[in-house]
Design a protein around this ligand. Structure first.
Ligand SMILES: Nc1ncnc2c1ncn2[C@@H]1O[C@H](COP(=O)(O)OP(=O)(O)O)[C@@H](O)[C@H]1O
Ligand SMILES: N[C@@H](CCC(=O)OP(=O)(O)O)C(=O)O
Length: 253
């Protein structure tokens, strides 16, 4: 079966700093459908936000995102497990840092584990290992991590679900007249250099890291589809019916 990497961001998975259960359930239901047609790897953010909402902390105290992620990651995985159990789908956690892509030996280790999961119908759920990642490392955001994972495991497509319909000619949150770009074949150096514009404290990348992810995969012959993760209709139409009703397709074709 063709391999597919789906990345879901904090913006979609959380609501008022809590895990957005309904949205997670909708995502899980889509993944269950997709698993009949593709070998799926899920890359999920949400650990930091989950830690923040779960800890009985004085919210004015700053313990740092890494400490929050350490608390939130098991909560995130438990939430997924409960929902994937409904569909009788086994899940496994894969935590990666940039170091895992640095040497062939290390990359091979997680490639083999993901291969074993996919061959045995287990859904790998990947997140960055926030605890051991250092600030100067490449990722720090799951957009670029998911692009690297897509390449490493030989995926045909990368799907990024976010809180917007796709890539617009300007930030749609600030410009009511922003126009959706349905197909992008070239990204200019200027587009890849813009400042990060994450939509919440817990999100990391904003649009720029999504564009960097697109640039990375396009150079390697992998398509990327950026679409709305609140309403999964566009993702469903594109992945199950091969029809682009919304979203942005980044492709060299
Ligand atoms: N040109 C643009 N097109 C789409 N989104 C943009 C653009 N410029 C800035 N953004 C912002 O990027 C945000 C998505 O990034 P982010 O908050 O990191 O989401 P996620 O948590 O899904 O990774 C959007 O909510 C939007 O405000
Ligand atoms: N590893 C972090 C994810 C940070 C991140 O990339 O967030 P996002 O930009 O929302 O995809 C977490 O699980 O909270």
């Amino acid at each position: 079966m063709k391999r597919l990497v789906i990345k879901v961001g904090t913006a979609v998975l959380t609501e008022n700093n809590n895990i957005a259960k309904e949205r997670m359930l909708n995502l899980v239901s889509l993944v269950a459908e997709l698993k009949k047609k593709y070998d799926v790897v899920l890359v999920s953010s949400g650990a930091v936000a989950a830690g923040y909402s779960a800890l009985k902390l004085d919210k004015r105290k700053q313990i740092g995102k890494k400490a929050l992620a350490a608390a939130g990651q098991p909560i995130l995985m438990t939430s997924y497990k409960k929902k994937f159990d409904i569909y009788d789908i086994d899940t496994a956690q894969i935590l990666l840092t940039e170091d895992d892509f640095d040497s062939r030996k290390r990359t091979k280790m997680f490639q083999e584990i993901i291969d074993a999961h996919l061959q045995n119908d287990i859904l790998p759920i990947v997140n960055e290992n926030d605890i051991t990642s250092t600030p100067d490392q490449l990722f720090g955001d799951n957009d670029q991590l998911s692009a690297n994972v897509a390449f490493a495991i030989g995926a045909e497509q990368l799907i990024i679900l976010s809180d917007i319909e796709g890539y617009f000619d300007k930030n749609p949150k600030e410009h009511a007249d922003a126009q959706l770009r349905k197909k992008v074949t070239i990204l200019t150096p200027g587009e890849l250099l813009d400042d990060a514009t994450p939509s919440s404290f817990f999100a990391t990348g904003g649009i720029v890291t999504k564009l960097k992810a697109a640039d990375f995969v396009m150079r390697r012959g992998i398509d990327m589809f950026l679409c709305n993760g609140f309403d999964l209709t566009a993702a469903r139409n594109y992945l199950l019916d091969g029809e682009q009703t919304s979203g942005t397709l980044f492709t060299t074709e």
